[in-house]
Design a protein around this ligand. Structure first.
Ligand code: PGA
Length: 307
């Protein structure tokens, strides 16, 4: 059996997207080229690799096993490339980083100087919600993770990184704006904009509210912090988001309410799976993050807004 590396790469891309069309787009190939490659690969294997149920594409058992094999092969090749780079005395290779959504307000700003310092390092950066991040951890898909609530059921090395206070946001003309020491009960029956199920922010808010028997009316559910901020500014309701979502120095059309038990004090943590052989690239980035923790740049300092 002699599949080509190119066929295996096309195969993993199709498997990841569950779509020939999207794989073709990602690889800058024509869709028929992808189909031909997959047909040839199936012939080489001697079994079908995909099956179509309705309009959706699924991996067959042979396909699933091939995917695992491909992941091993590509990981080993990447490690080898990094080893060669190390022998050449360079930090070179790919950093696989996955973080929860709110970190998009600062992680890209950290990556800029890092990539300038280490031009040989490329970054695959996945931004997703808490639940999907846990799934990625369990499948050992990335080198490093940044999130608020490291899962207890996984064997992780955890380092605290930065504070992540969650604050109550309201439109600037909301009647509670400017009032001091509001009780949590003031939020009872307020129209609320919440993050989607699986979000760590949502879970932290739900835990606090249910502990204090506060019931808010869910007006809108959105999976984007930025969209929530716009909805709050547009007067659709109030919400709870990380203070990192507010841009220091910019005019945000939202105000922070001074409510008891807020901010919910959380932290960001840098994690990796115990037992994972961290590549030189991942170790270099981890050291860089710890350096940033000691001397955070201005963009990372959470600045009070309207308070
Ligand atoms: P989320 O995670 O993006 O899933 O809400 C943020 C957090 O856990 O603080």
């Amino acid at each position: 059996m002699q599949p080509t590396l190119h066929q295996l790469k096309v195969f993993t891309t199709v498997a990841r997207h569950q779509s020939f069309t999207r794989a073709a787009e990602e690889l800058y190939l024509a869709q028929p080229t992808v189909s031909v490659q997959m047909k040839q690969l199936a012939q080489t294997v001697g079994l079908s690799l995909f099956e179509k149920v309705g309009k959706r594409l699924f991996l067959t058992e042979a396909g699933r096993e091939l995917l695992k094999t491909c992941q091993d092969i590509f990981q080993r090749l990447e490690q080898y490339e990094m080893l060669v780079a190390e022998l050449q005395g360079m930090a070179r290779g790919k950093l696989r980083l996955a973080t929860v959504t709110t970190t998009k307000y600062f992680v890209p700003r950290l990556l800029g100087p890092f990539c300038r310092r280490y031009p040989g390092i490329d970054v695959a950066f996945e931004v997703t919600n808490h639940q999907r991040l846990e799934e990625r951890m369990a499948s050992n898909l990335d080198d490093l993770y940044i999130l608020s609530q490291p899962p207890e059921n996984l064997n992780l090395q955890v380092q605290p990184f930065l504070e992540n206070p969650l604050v109550v946001l309201a439109p600037t003309d909301h009647p509670l704006v400017g009032k001091k020491g509001l009780s949590l009960q003031c939020l009872n029956d307020e129209p609320f904009i919440v993050r989607e199920p699986g979000s760590g922010t949502r879970q932290a808010v739900q835990e606090l509210f249910s502990k204090h028997n506060v019931t808010v009316k869910t007006k809108l559910e959105l999976s984007s912090n930025e969209a929530i901020k716009q909805a709050v500014a547009g007067g659709l309701g109030i919400s709870v988001l990380s203070r990192h979502t507010l841009h220091p120095g910019e005019v945000d059309e939202v105000a922070i309410l001074d409510v008891e038990h807020f901010p919910i004090q959380r932290n960001w943590y840098i994690c990796y799976c115990i037992g994972k052989q961290l590549s030189t690239v991942a170790k270099t980035f981890l050291e860089y993050l710890l350096e940033v923790r000691e001397h955070p740049p201005a963009a990372l300092k959470v600045v009070a807004l309207n308070q």
